[in-house]
Design a protein around this ligand. Structure first.
Ligand SMILES: Cc1cc2nc3c(=O)[nH]c(=O)nc-3n(C[C@H](O)[C@H](O)[C@H](O)COP(=O)(O)OP(=O)(O)OC[C@H]3O[C@@H](n4cnc5c(N)ncnc54)[C@H](O)[C@@H]3O)c2cc1C
Length: 473
């Protein structure tokens, strides 16, 4: 084993993926992973509700891009890879759950198909978009505001808000089009209209779908199992994992880096030849403040949304017929507490099997700017979610068990210009040989994007170690 040491800061999926990539090559360095909490996994976590294993945070992995699924296989969970039995979600608008018309992240493809959700008048406005001057986008815009101007506010409120909300828990009016829907942004530079752009992208996605490959994947028993499998794999390869170790400051030494950990009155230091910072933006900003002030300031400006997941167990015999498909999304302006409901037992066969007589479902509550909702007690949140389910699908039966998981600062918000900001951060960080950043704050919040980000950071750091080895030889 190489004598060089790489310290990875943060034991969420990004940091664990970085550590995995670092020790997977030939002649791996010594890797030490420092995680501030007593638990690894960050936004991947699991528990057991009434005997049924449940994911408390992330519950599925994008399978259209390879990185997440490849890592699942690499750590020995390939046999437990599964795909959703159904992914057809509805939209709770007005008095019932409606079908989501074809869209590209909420931006309609076919005006006629939006009538049920938007109403005749708003759907007619969507159709008129074709007659507007060409988009000819030259710079990033807020997706919700931009689409509202061209297609009317109803599209943003009833379609983009719930669909984007499901990924970012943010406001469509603030989220960057370039970062959230890059392929649509690219098309709008030359497409004659927004409708023409979404129609083209829809054809591409239908062509892709015709290969029969599933878009999403999961792991039997829950995607959080990936964390335990990674820990076992990394430990067997000699990675040293230190929990309850918060990094407060990273500084440069002539030979590498010093990381300050431990309580302020009794700091401890860890030396590293190279460092991967894989924490959310605010702790990364704090630890890099002295070393890379430009990156620190940029990172400090990234906002985060907080939310809670309310997981409920009910008897299958009480399951209402109206609750079909994998669940439903709820536009913010409908005035409900829940923002989405996922019927885990319908989506994942393993969940239904494990549940026996019980069906498990999860509701998400809270979004950017709605932190006050999360101040309510667990009992209140479970009661509010249950009341919404009663109104939405007629679930009118006692809940057998519930779990409320709060995710303070759960999801980074990609504001307009986010990708330029990330370029500036990466450029400033790259001026320090052997330093790299990765995680959900940068180029994608999903698990697959985080794994990719961790691998990229590992590649950068490995290149530095290789250069050191060449100089030393
Ligand atoms: C409720 C919820 C549901 C989601 N559902 C999905 C889904 O179904 N599919 C999907 O693909 N994505 C989903 N996501 C998004 C995805 O789970 C996250 O974006 C991703 O897991 C983030 O991984 P990360 O490693 O970048 O960050 P984190 O998971 O935040 O990990 C960062 C780690 O760094 C540690 N840390 C922080 N500060 C320090 C410090 N100073 N020193 C040392 N360690 C530190 C933290 O304790 C944490 O363990 C969901 C997110 C949430 C919140």
């Amino acid at each position: 084993m190489d004598a060089r040491t790489v310290v990875v800061v943060g034991g969420g999926i990004s940091g664990l993926a970085a550590a995995h990539a670092l020790v997977s090559g030939v002649n791996p360095p010594r890797v030490v992973l420092l995680e501030s909490s007593p638990r690894l996994g960050g936004k991947l976590a699991g528990d057991v509700l009434e005997g049924v294993p449940v994911d408390l945070g992330a519950e599925s992995v994008l399978a259209r891009r390879p990185e997440g699924v490849e890592l699942i296989r690499a750590v020995g969970l390939g046999d437990d890879l599964v795909h959703p039995a159904t992914t057809s979600a509805g939209l709770w608008v007005g008095d019932r759950i409606r079908a989501i018309p074809p869209t590209v992240m909420g931006v309609p493809v076919d005006p006629a198909a939006t009538v049920d959700v938007l109403g005749e008048e708003a759907a007619a406005r969507v159709a008129e978009e074709k007659t507007l001057p060409e988009p000819a986008l030259t710079e990033d815009v807020a997706i919700g505001r931009y689409v509202a101007e061209r297609m009317g506010p109803a599209v943003t409120n009833k379609l983009i808000d719930p669909l984007l909300g499901g990924v970012y828990a943010g406001r469509a009016d603030e989220i960057s089009l370039a970062a959230a829907v890059p392929e649509l942004y690219a098309k709008l530079k030359t497409a004659p209209s927004l409708l023409a752009a979404t129609a083209e992208l829809r054809v591409t996605s239908q062509r892709r779908a015709s290969d029969g490959k599933p878009v999403f994947a999961g792991i039997r028993g829950g995607v959080n199992r990936l964390i335990q499998a990674l820990e076992t794999d990394l430990s067997s390869r000699g990675v040293e994992i230190r929990r309850s170790t918060t990094v407060r400051k990273i500084s440069r030494t002539p030979a590498g880096y010093f990381l300050e950990t431990g309580p302020v009155p009794a700091p401890d230091t860890v030396f590293a030849d190279a460092v991967v910072v894989a924490t959310p933006a605010s702790p990364a900003a704090r630890m890099l403040a002295g070393l890379v002030p430009t990156a620190s300031t940029e990172l400090g400006a990234i906002d985060y949304a907080s939310m809670a997941i309310v997981t409920l167990a009910v008897r299958k015999s009480d399951w209402p017929e109206a609750a079909a498909g994998s669940g439903f999304l709820v536009p913010s302006d409908e005035g409900r507490t829940i923002k989405a409901a996922t019927y885990s037992h319908a989506k994942w066969e393993w969940s239904s099997e494990a549940g026996g007589e019980l069906a498990v479902l999860r509701c998400s509550v809270g979004r950017l700017g709605e932190e006050y909702v999360l101040q309510r007690s667990d009992e209140d949140l479970a009661a509010l979610a249950t009341a919404d389910l009663r109104k939405a699908v007629g679930l009118d039966a006692p809940v057998v068990g519930s779990l409320v998981t709060r995710w303070g600062g759960g999801l980074p918000q990609y504001a307009v210009g986010h990708l330029d900001r990330v370029d500036r951060v990466e450029k400033a960080v790259a001026e320090h040989d052997g330093l790299a950043v990765c995680g959900a704050a940068y180029r994608g919040v999903g698990i697959a994007a985080c794994v990719a980000s961790g691998s990229r950071a590992a590649t950068r750091v490995r290149a530095h170690l290789d250069a050191l080895a060449t100089m030393g030889s």
